[in-house]
Ligand binder design. Structure first.
Ligand code: FUB
Length: 317
């Protein structure tokens, strides 16, 4: 009898162990997920929290890359980019997004700026480039694409963070970003030069930070972290330049972290919603972990509330 109970418990542990996919990265703290699909592989670019337990702020010194072809087995490619690549950058490696254009991979990053002739400091947006999704990446410009002095509608020094990119069907590229103010700018085809003025979007309802832009069935989606503690909410528009219509909440606050950050992608027939929480042992606001759950659209294109699970998603072939 005792043996049978032990076997049953073991089977349960194995069963639960196999099922508990979230957080998907368990051997280090990761944040700010940004997925892309390239050549049938899903590449997941993330931030990396290294703050000690009980630290009062972020400590983020590099960006990581993971990949999968089945949504449950993740390959760790390591810290493939760090602020050291940018001679003008300080140390803070905040949210970023890598996209592919014409066989090159452009990784837009939020990073601290040293005080120099181009900026007095604060957060800036830089671009790294590589011929492969896995790097090596180098500074694509030799200076920041956006510095704090270029945006003056809000006064804090970390308002130029969290870049996200859209390449529209006509080839025009746009970058959106911001903290407490959401802006966009057109990019030239080379992806490393501005192609017009920075435009401040009339504040999307509850906007805090972390925009994620994409187009689906001719509708543009501007998804973002809202309020604080953060939820994920979204607007839609028939144009990349707006006006934006508020559509509601996609994700409620997450376990054990005041921030969350959305990265949305279709892969092998399903839509995946990446985010972070603080659910790992010793995790918290500055020791976060990337998770993934399913996301579903209604027939009219609106998005159903994401159900956050510990099981995560099922393997795909
Ligand atoms: O990871 C640092 C910052 O926290 C990001 O830039 C924000 O989006 C929030 O997740």
């Amino acid at each position: 009898m005792e043996l049978r109970i032990k076997i049953t418990m073991l089977a349960l542990v194995v069963f639960l162990g196999v099922k508990a996919q979230n957080p998907i990265i368990k051997h280090l703290f990761t944040a700010d997920p940004a997925p892309i699909v390239y050549n049938d592989t899903l590449f997941l670019y993330t931030g990396h929290d290294v703050a000690p337990e009980n630290a009062p702020n972020y400590l983020m010194r590099d960006w990581y890359l993971f990949s999968t072809t089945d949504m449950v087995n993740w390959k760790d490619h390591g810290a493939v980019l760090s602020p050291k690549v940018f001679s003008w950058a300080g140390e803070d490696a905040y949210a970023a997004q890598c996209i592919e254009r014409n066989g090159k991979f452009y990784w837009y990053v939020a990073v601290g700026h040293k005080s120099d002739e181009n900026s007095k400091g604060g957060f800036a947006i830089g671009v790294a480039v590589s011929d492969r999704p896995t790097g090596p990446f180098k500074d694509a410009i030799g200076k920041a694409l956006i510095v704090n002095e270029m945006t003056t509608d809000v006064k804090h020094s970390w308002d130029d963070i969290d870049p996200t990119i859209l390449i529209d069907d006509d080839g025009q590229a746009y970058m959106y970003w911001g903290n407490l103010s959401c802006r966009y700018v057109k990019l030239k085809e080379n992806m490393i030069e501005l192609d017009g003025p920075v435009t401040v979007i009339p504040k999307p309802q509850n906007f805090t930070e972390g925009p994620w832009i994409y187009k689906r069935n001719s509708l543009y989606y501007l998804v973002y972290a809202a309020k604080f503690p953060e939820t994920i909410e979204y607007c839609t528009s028939t144009s990349p330049t707006g006006p934006w219509t508020y559509q509601g909440v996609i994700q409620d606050p997450v376990q054990n972290s005041t921030t969350t950050h959305a990265g949305i992608i279709d892969y092998k027939g399903k839509t995946y919603f990446f985010y972070h929480n603080g659910a790992l042992p010793t995790g918290g606001n500055y020791r976060r972990s990337v998770c993934v759950d399913y996301m579903y659209y209604n027939p009219d294109g609106t998005i159903q509330k994401v159900v956050q699970t510990t099981e995560g998603v099922k393997p795909v072939k």
